[in-house]
Design a binder for this molecule. Structure first.
Ligand SMILES: [Zn+2]
Length: 162
């Protein structure tokens, strides 16, 4: 009798990107008239945290401070982020990791429901999917915050896939 092993199905994505809320992004744009503005002169180089793509050369971004925490904790803090100055839309696909993340060195921080850090790693972006799978395999892991490792810009929150 021949036993045929089942072909592996598509990998189950354990996470879902949760970029900045569009309303909060618009509020930051409107409430920061004196925030530094830049016209992208290189690509990649100015990662917008609403649409999760780097500004194309010639596109204008604004640099603002954003607190992505929704719960008080000792780790709660605001971080710098770029946003397209004229507005943009969140990505349609929130389960595919964008080049903005996979192409950079990242600090990836896992939190429980009380916003206490339970694990963290500095990784190359090419390892982000594996790192998210590893963190969400922890029962206590409620969400993850991803930052650029070098300059500390907040990139995105990542939640557990429902
Ligand atoms: Zn954008």
């Amino acid at each position: 009798m021949t036993v045929i092993a089942a072909a592996p199905g598509p990998a189950t994505v354990t996470y879902r990107l949760q970029p900045i809320d569009p309303g909060e992004a618009d509020r930051l744009r409107a409430s920061s008239p004196d925030a530094p503005r830049y016209t992208a002169d290189v690509h990649p180089g100015y990662p917008c945290r609403q649409c999760l793509r780097d500004a194309a050369v010639g596109e204008e971004v604004v640099l603002v401070s954003h607190d992505p925490f929704t719960t008080d904790s000792p780790y709660r803090s605001a971080s710098p982020i770029f946003l397209h100055r004229g507005g943009c839309e969140p990505p349609q696909d929130l389960t595919t990791l964008p080049a903005q993340l996979t192409g950079r060195q990242l600090s990836v921080r896992a939190f429980d429901t009380g916003a206490m850090m339970i694990d963290a790693a500095v990784i190359e972006g090419t390892s982000l999917a594996a790192t998210l799978d590893r963190f969400f395999a922890l029962a206590a892991c409620d969400h993850v915050h991803v930052h650029n490792a070098s300059r500390g810009c907040w990139a995105t929150r990542v939640g557990r896939a429902r």
